[in-house]
Design a binder for this molecule. Structure first.
Ligand SMILES: [Zn+2]
Length: 69
């Protein structure tokens, strides 16, 4: 029984255990080139496969969670 529901910020669907890494969280930091006090952070939920699929092909190769097991 799942008590907490996560909604994917990319496809909008509920995140069930669709991959071995779900649910995932993606954090965004604003103003990275500014002082830490000027930065804001927010985290969103997503499917691992949705996040992976949204990445540029050249960058996707650096997402290596599978290799870290
Ligand atoms: Zn999704």
């Amino acid at each position: 029984m799942v008590l907490v529901r996560y909604q994917c910020c990319i496809c909008g669907e509920n995140i069930d255990k669709d991959s071995q890494f779900d649910p995932c969280g993606v954090s965004i930091f604003s103003n990275l080139d500014k002082d830490e006090n000027d930065q804001l952070e927010a985290m969103f939920f997503c499917h691992y496969d949705c996040f992976r699929g949204s990445m540029d092909l050249g960058v996707r190769m650096h997402l290596n969670l599978e290799d870290q097991e």
